[in-house]
Design a protein around this ligand. Structure first.
Ligand SMILES: [Cu+2]
Length: 470
């Protein structure tokens, strides 16, 4: 307070009031905070000039949505939900949608964080086509993005949604997680082991699974962690398509809830907060005592369908990350990067060049082909932390071979598929998806000599490499 100087007075006052309002009672200043209702900006007053490249690829794949239940998901970037996107308030998002549909389906994008004409930018994109437009993130918070192609119910129910966070300025550091609630409506029987979405069940709003982050009870099996009294920030989106999420944490109170994640909207001392489909909220809490604290939807007809996760308060928990990635992995609540090359500014990698690209290694793989020559017919590759342990595999021409596949990621499905090139339109081999930790051996028929492309179909932009047959 003694540091007030001419020219800096308004800034200091503003920061002080923002701090009290954000941190709330734990700062010891709650009496003053109740008067500080007008200081927090609810929107940016102008673009900040920063341009962030964000690209998403619409494609269909298979995902395990509950133990042993394989579902034909429609996705952004190969997972339902799609990657967690993070930008800053005032950033210009230079967005590209590539439609790499494997079933000839039109897809589209709708960003709830944007203001842009629906009839220009949210229209269906044909398979093989791309769509690019710019928008400015003027409101802070957490927002849904989704496919808006009719019937929207079907495209969302099948998995085409994700969360985008627009970080406000002066956001206090916290241990953050992103939770995306959604429903799955598989039909009564799988076809060749894979369930398709049941449109009648979608229309009747009778889901088989209600989940966080794409898989029933995902965080019951691998709890989210925090330390005692640490500030925990949960960005929670309800992607629907239809149900409301009555978000509640058993054994804890929400110190602050910010509807839609906007710092100007704040409630204190909340037990349960309703998030509508297509809506979101940001929750802050501190939990003093070590132990397990389940988070649920308190709509109990749905809780048992897979929407229970655990928050484990543990003094031994690893330190919170110092920052969070621009494109986060939805399966670990956005804590680790989804794409290895993603940065807040500049190119996000190969997916923008996937239409008609000539180079077979344009998508993420580094050019280490020199060291990649065949050495027998028993190949080996491991997947760990959503990455392969090599970006080049080689097999002899004209001979069947095996790939021993070691998936070390608990609960995360991966596979390996070989395509003629990085557009991944023509498959030479598609390995069955397996959830880790598992070892499996794929038998691959003889291939002709050539330089091909391999990837995990669940993580088509990060888990890629060159496949040499010679
Ligand atoms: Cu779609």
């Amino acid at each position: 307070m003694k540091r007030f100087v001419i020219g800096g007075v308004f800034l200091e006052v503003a920061l002080l009031i923002i701090g009290l309002t954000w941190i709330g009672p734990s700062s010891g200043g709650h009496a003053e905070a109740t008067n500080a209702t007008t200081a927090v900006a609810y929107k940016a007053d102008h673009a900040n000039g920063n341009v962030v490249d964000v690209s998403l690829t619409a494609t269909e794949t298979v995902q395990e949505i509950a133990p042993g239940v394989k579902y034909h998901v429609w996705t952004f970037d190969g997972t339902a939900p799609g990657p967690v996107i993070r930008v800053h308030l005032g950033d210009t998002v230079h967005f590209t949608l590539t439609n790499a549909s494997t079933i000839g389906m039109q897809h589209s994008i709708d960003f709830h964080a944007a203001m842009t004409p629906w009839d220009k930018n949210y229209q269906p994109v044909d398979p093989g086509q791309t769509k690019t437009f710019d928008w400015v993130a003027m409101y802070p918070g957490v927002f849904m993005y989704h496919c808006g192609t009719p019937p929207v119910l079907q495209h969302i129910a099948n998995g085409m949604y994700g969360a985008i966070i627009v970080e406000p300025d002066n956001l206090p550091p916290a241990r953050e997680y992103v939770l995306v609630a959604s429903e799955f409506y598989p039909g009564p029987k799988p076809i060749n082991g894979v369930y398709e979405g049941d449109y009648d069940a979608m229309l009747a709003a009778r889901p088989t699974y209600v989940v966080f982050n794409g898989r029933a009870d995902l965080f019951k099996d691998s709890p989210l962690v925090a330390r005692p009294n640490e500030l925990i920030r949960l960005w929670v989106l309800d992607a629907g398509p239809t149900l409301t999420t009555a978000f509640h944490t058993i054994g804890a109170m929400f110190d602050s809830v910010y509807p839609d994640g906007n710092p100007a909207n704040v409630l204190h001392g909340v037990q349960t907060y309703n998030i509508p489909p297509g809506g979101a909220a940001m929750f802050e809490l501190r939990i003093p005592d070590p132990g397990l604290y389940p988070f649920v939807t308190h709509s109990f007809a749905y809780t048992g369908l897979g929407s229970v996760g655990l928050l484990k308060i543990d003094p031994q928990a690893p330190a919170a990350p110092a920052s969070y990635p621009a494109m986060g992995d939805p399966f670990d609540a956005g804590v680790t990067a989804f794409r290895s090359g993603a940065t807040p500014t500049g190119s996000t990698g190969g997916s923008t060049s996937s239409t008609g690209s000539s180079s077979s290694t344009s998508s993420g793989g580094s050019s280490s082909t020199a060291s990649c020559t065949p050495n027998g017919t028993a190949l080996h590759i491991a997947a760990k932390n959503a990455a392969f342990d090599t970006d080049c595999l080689a097999a002899p021409a004209g001979k069947p071979f095996t790939i021993m596949f070691d998936n070390q990621d608990p609960g995360v499905p991966h596979n390996i598929s070989i395509y003629t090139d990085s557009s991944a339109t023509t498959a030479l081999f598609k390995g069955e998806l397996v959830s880790g930790p598992t070892m499996t051996t794929y038998k691959v028929p003889a291939l002709k000599a050539g330089t091909y492309f391999f990837r995990c179909d669940v993580h088509p932009t990060t888990m890629t490499g060159t496949f040499v047959v010679s």
